[in-house]
Design a protein around this ligand. Structure first.
Ligand code: ADP
Length: 426
């Protein structure tokens, strides 16, 4: 069966967040890491899912690269048979006056030969709401929030109509809160009016999930939708009403994978450090020392030997994260990037060796760390399963060897996350 929805996400963790949301809404979903190439073993028509999310790293790359990557993803999704497309960006609309949200949206519209779409980064569950075209983060305007100091995409204007207009060649309009409250027909009428006026993209107000459900129904038939993960809240119900979903198919059912379990942690976040302590209290755990890693490959070889020795008795943990003062001192000696890279590469090597040794359930903590591990293992796609903790689903790799994976960025998950994730996967 061809997918109904084809999504293009401008970063990896955002893609997982979206995929998790789609599965919660009842769509069987896979996440692909980059645009598949021929020979990747991921032919679209055999995926047998209702949504595909292609994860790109296009948020802050030069505009022309973002456009090229996004159009390649669109082309792949079209060939796979998707009939509606979603360009997913951050719920804080992370972009500069040069882009990439506006130029990518215009390029996708052109490729799809459509003259109208919406832009709605609202995600009320995480405090992102849009009122009269202004984006709020919690109770602060976007331009008063910490996003105003973001190193790559500082957001100093909360008026999304103005922000997007600066990135676009065609006009940007607004569908206001009162219209969203007036119901699905009123929203559709507003889209038609704006379109008749020559507006290419409408910023759409939304402050609640109920409004996102209403907006979702008004999006039926629109070839392209753009927004944050929140805009996906209303789409599954629209497909269900249109009879496009297979009733009763457990969207979060993925094959159970048994086999030895390994936890690799490269995150230094407070939440992860607590998870490491909790897991280490009941399981074998080994700490990697970046200074030893800098001295040569012997430290990694020792860690692999240690893991090999203990893996027979149950899941083991290899971790590198440390308290902020110690991380700072290591960074001063080795340099921040080098220290980070040494740890990421060490954990990636351990992952490859231990999967070769039979590990089939793998938990990775840290966004960059997850990227390094997944890259080293050559993983190109993930089937998205049940949520373990908010924002973190269990996943199963597409292709051989079949691995159960839980990839979590630093601050996610409760204190018992590692043990919980391994149990959920088994
Ligand atoms: P998070 O999701 O918490 O931001 P990441 O994996 O994205 O986690 O980033 C953490 C970074 O810190 C990685 O580059 C990792 O290699 C690095 N790192 C981990 N432990 C240490 C350490 N002890 N000293 C210095 N850098 C470290």
């Amino acid at each position: 069966m061809a997918p109904i929805l084809g999504c293009i996400a401008d970063d990896y963790t955002g893609a997982t967040d979206l995929a998790n949301m789609l599965v919660r809404g009842g769509l069987r979903t896979v996440q692909l890491l980059g645009v598949p190439e021929s020979g990747d073993g991921i032919p679209g028509e055999t995926l047998d899912v209702e949504a595909v999310v292609i994860a790109l790293k296009s948020r802050t790359v030069p505009v022309s690269d973002a456009v090229t990557q996004s159009c390649a993803a669109l082309e792949w999704l079209r060939l796979a048979g998707a009939r509606q497309f979603l360009f997913k960006y951050c719920s804080t609309f992370d972009s500069t006056d040069a882009g990439n949200i506006g130029p990518v949206t215009e390029a996708l519209m052109q490729a799809l030969e459509t003259d109208f779409t919406i832009a709605c980064p609202a995600f009320p569950e995480t405090g992102r709401t849009i009122f009269n075209g202004h984006l709020f983060v919690g109770d602060q305007l976007l331009s008063d929030s910490p996003m105003r100091d973001h190193p790559l995409t500082p957001m100093t204007d909360s008026n999304l109509v103005d922000v997007l207009a600066r990135q676009m060649t065609r006009p940007v309009g607004l569908v206001q809160y009162a219209t969203i409250d007036a119901g699905v027909d009123a929203i559709r009428d507003a889209f038609a009016e704006l379109r008749a006026e020559g507006v290419a993209v409408a910023i759409v107000d939304a402050v609640s999930d109920a409004q996102l459900h209403r907006i979702g129904r008004a999006l039926a038939g629109l070839p392209l939708v753009t927004g944050g993960s929140g805009i996906a809240i209303g789409l599954p119900e629209t497909y269900r009403r249109a009879g496009l979903l297979t009733p009763g198919s457990g969207a979060d059912t993925v094959p159970a994978i048994s086999g030895p379990g390994l936890v690799l942690s490269g995150s230094c976040s407070t939440a992860t450090l607590a998870q490491v302590d909790a897991f280490a209290a009941g399981h074998p755990a080994l700490r990697l020392d970046p200074q030893e890693l800098a001295a040569g490959s012997a430290a990694v070889d020792r860690a692999i030997g240690w893991a090999h020795e203990h893996i027979g008795t149950g899941p083991v943990l290899v971790h590198a994260g440390d308290a902020p003062d110690r991380v700072r001192s290591v960074q001063q000696t080795l340099g921040r990037d080098r220290a980070g890279m040494l740890v990421e590469q060490a954990l990636a090597r351990i992952a490859v060796a231990m999967v070769g040794d039979g590990v089939r359930r793998l938990v990775v903590a840290g966004g960059e760390t997850s990227g390094a591990v997944v890259g080293a293992l050559g993983i190109r796609g993930l089937r998205i399963g049940r949520q373990i903790d908010p924002g973190v689903p269990s996943t199963v790799t597409i292709g051989e060897p079949g691995l159960a994976l839980a990839l979590k960025s630093g601050n996610f998950g409760g204190p018992d996350f590692f043990a919980k994730a391994l149990t959920r996967m088994g």
